[in-house]
Design a binder for this molecule. Structure first.
Ligand SMILES: [Zn+2]
Length: 53
């Protein structure tokens, strides 16, 4: 009887959590966030929030 030398390796390697979805920067107010959010955000309110900080 020959036993195969193959070791049973689980191939469930999960790549390290990468940085997730790419962030996009708004060309108008330079807000950075998910593309969906950037597309849907309000530049003016963002700028106002930035001024406060
Ligand atoms: Zn904006």
């Amino acid at each position: 009887m020959k036993t195969s030398d193959r070791t049973y390796q689980e191939s469930t390697e999960q790549s390290d959590n990468q940085l997730g979805p790419e962030l996009k920067e708004c060309p108008v107010c330079s807000a950075v966030g998910l593309p969906e959010r950037i597309k849907d955000h309000d530049c003016q309110s963002f700028l106002e929030q930035r001024r406060r900080q």
